[in-house]
Write a protein that binds this ligand. Structure first.
Ligand code: ZN
Length: 488
């Protein structure tokens, strides 16, 4: 068996060598590389070929001219016949020609598409206590996608939780009589703490120099979830295992961002804290002290101008293991992102803002550290810069912006509107409730900008152009300023 494999390997090596001999080009012939579509067999008529050559080359596919982009990328799409097909791809520069021939068989057999199976796991009933570690968060259920299941919100560390089921890498926990969430096993540790049902105590709201602080006396570290609402702008915190005995809500002016606070016992053991704000949230931090007093600290709205603001800029990916997407001609997303982060920094600084970068060079920085860097800098707004990829190189294109929390929607929309003003830029859409790690924090307003599709021919040509990247980052700053005007 081993010998046979070796022989097959040798044959494969020989055939590769002869193929490259056939395609040998002397130094004056244009480079020509096929990056997609060089397959033996296809199962439907439509076929796509992508390749890279000199930007000044003329490319033909079976004699038909195709557009060569400034990156040297080109693409062809057409229907192939049942049976054998030959695609002759030629690139010509100054009369010098390079040719690749693709022999593709179109089968009438049904395509063998990989079947996407739902993950299988065994649910095990159990009962024990764990407590949260730094960075812990709840998921709604066992759903998952590329970025993990839908998150509810983050939790402080040291909160005991009752595990009722375990499966895969998650625990299902019961936080009140009727409410359950899911939490990654990696964010909890075994605990000998007790799960308590407590009577809530007094509340105290105080306005400070740049933050308002609401403290709720609970006497225990109870789990909670947080959400934002509009009309009116509000932060809602549900505390589990608490019954209302808060008969004294002290409020000491001046309040910077809080309009008023209120409470509601929504279920027998779920106490809802309602904080109505005068504007969109500018950052909320929730934590316990040792005595079980829950603090909700809300940042005041800054003056609605970039002058004096601190903006966090995150260049996606980085380092040897996280290139992000690779474009048709071979550009790496991590390099484009870093370049745009610096262009964005420059434009923000031109308009008076201070900028904090989560990475300043080609290194990978874990998501928790990126988040911490922006919290430590007390960033007023955070923008993460990425490039998109996927779908047809001819059809799927455009810019898009992303948010999770509803208070960040206007910011994401304002930035997208400005970006779309650029010539040729398509609209991939505004995306809400997005599960990206840097969209999840409530400690600062944040958005993700997916600038262009590296997998799309015209998008790639645009984003490869430094002048376009600069123009796009100026539009991002224009969008932030539009958002600030909305807050006036
Ligand atoms: Zn990315």
């Amino acid at each position: 068996m081993k010998t046979r494999l070796k022989l097959l390997g040798l044959l494969a090596f020989l055939s590769l060598s002869s193929a490259s001999l056939l395609n040998a080009q002397n130094s004056t012939n244009p480079p020509l590389r096929i990056t997609r579509g060089g397959v033996d067999t296809i199962y439907s008529a439509n076929h796509i070929v992508l390749g890279v050559t000199s930007p000044n080359a003329k490319v033909t596919v079976n004699g038909e001219g195709v557009k060569v982009y400034k990156t040297g990328s080109f693409g062809w799409q057409g229907n192939l016949n049942i049976g054998d097909n030959e695609l002759r791809i030629s690139s010509i520069v100054d009369g010098k020609i390079s040719t690749k021939i693709l022999n593709i068989y179109r089968s009438t057999a049904p395509a063998r598409r990989p079947v996407r199976e739902e993950p299988k796991y065994e649910l095990i009933d159990t009962t024990f206590i764990v407590e949260t570690l730094e960075g812990a968060y709840f998921n709604y259920g066992d759903g998952t996608d590329r970025l993990g299941g839908a998150k509810v919100s983050f939790l402080d560390e040291g909160i005991p939780l009752k595990v009722v089921q375990e499966y895969a890498n998650l625990y299902k926990v019961q936080v009140s009589q009727n409410r359950y969430y899911h939490i990654p096993k990696s964010y909890v540790e075994p605990s000998d703490k007790e799960i308590k049902l407590v009577n809530s105590g007094n509340w105290r709201l105080t306005g400070g120099e740049d933050r308002d602080r609401l403290t709720i006396s609970l006497g225990a570290h109870l789990p909670y979830v947080v959400r934002q609402e509009l009309d009116p702008n509000a932060i809602i915190v549900d505390i589990f295992g608490a019954r209302c005995n808060s008969n004294w809500l002290t409020q000491k002016e001046p309040f910077g961002i809080v309009d008023y606070i209120d409470l509601e016992q929504v279920e027998y053991d779920v106490l809802r804290v309602k904080i109505v704000l005068k504007s969109r949230s500018w950052g909320t931090r929730i934590s316990y002290d040792r005595g079980g007093n829950l603090s909700i600290v809300m940042k005041h709205a800054p003056a609605p101008t970039l002058e004096g603001m601190t903006i966090g800029v995150d260049a996606g990916h980085g380092g040897p293991r996280s290139n992000g997407a690779i474009s048709i001609s071979g550009l790496k997303e991590k390099d484009l992102n870093l370049d745009m982060a610096y262009l964005l920094k420059k434009e923000l600084e031109n308009r008076g803002a201070k900028v904090v970068l989560s990475r300043a060079k080609d290194v990978d920085v874990p998501m928790d550290e990126r988040k911490k860097c922006f919290i430590d800098a007390d960033a007023d707004i955070v923008v993460s810069i990425h490039c998109n990829a996927g779908g047809s190189p001819f059809a799927v294109m455009g810019a898009s912006t992303y948010y999770k929390w509803i208070h960040n929607r206007d910011l994401a929309l304002a930035v997208l509107k400005r970006i779309k003003e650029l010539d040729g830029v398509g609209d991939f859409g505004l995306v809400g409730n997005f599960n990206f790690s840097l969209n999840a924090p409530i400690e600062f307003p944040n958005i993700l900008v997916e600038t262009q599709f590296l997998s799309n021919l015209p998008d790639e040509e645009r984003i490869a152009d430094p002048a376009f990247r600069k123009a796009m980052m100026i539009k991002v700053v224009d969008g932030i300023e539009d958002y600030l005007k909305l807050q006036e």
